[in-house]
Design a protein around this ligand. Structure first.
Ligand SMILES: [Zn+2]
Length: 147
């Protein structure tokens, strides 16, 4: 079942008004229960409290691509700055940047994925079985090879 945000008079936002905070807490965008994640960055199939189907949303790889670019830029700028300012031994770069990068990627991925799911819910964006239901069948969908 495809769920849409409720229409009518504005109701209090179950995520507390901040998509970022709601994502960090893993809150369901419909009821506010902390049920969005089944693991650290893996979505649960549905909300345990209200039944919202999280698999109907297509978050995709967008958050990972943005995080790679943003975190990569931050880490490289900091590493170059540190090298030019203090010329530390190479092992210090390893000890600093590897754990920091890992922490930022995993923490940021959870928040970015949750934030994107909340944004899709609030704007009514949905995935319909992988393609637009109004789209014409493509040649690859035909089993008999006819055109
Ligand atoms: Zn819910």
């Amino acid at each position: 079942m495809i769920d849409t945000p409720p229409k009518g008079p504005a109701k209090p936002d179950p995520t507390g008004g901040s998509d970022f905070v709601g994502a960090a807490r893993g809150q369901c965008p419909r009821c506010g229960a902390a049920s969005m994640f089944d693991g650290f960055v893996r979505f649960a199939p549905r909300c345990d409290d209200c039944g919202l189907d999280y698999s109907a949303f297509n978050v995709g790889d967008g958050p990972a691509a943005f995080l790679t670019l943003i975190i990569g830029t931050i880490i490289v700028v900091l590493a170059v700055w540190l090298e030019l300012a203090a010329e530390p031994p190479f092992w210090l770069h390893i000890v600093l940047w590897v754990p920091l990068t890992t922490l930022l990627v995993f923490g940021g991925l959870r928040i970015a994925k949750g934030w994107l799911l909340i944004a899709e819910y609030k704007r009514g964006a949905r995935e319909h079985g992988g393609r637009d239901p109004g789209a014409r069948p493509s040649d690859s969908d035909r089993v008999d090879g006819s055109k």
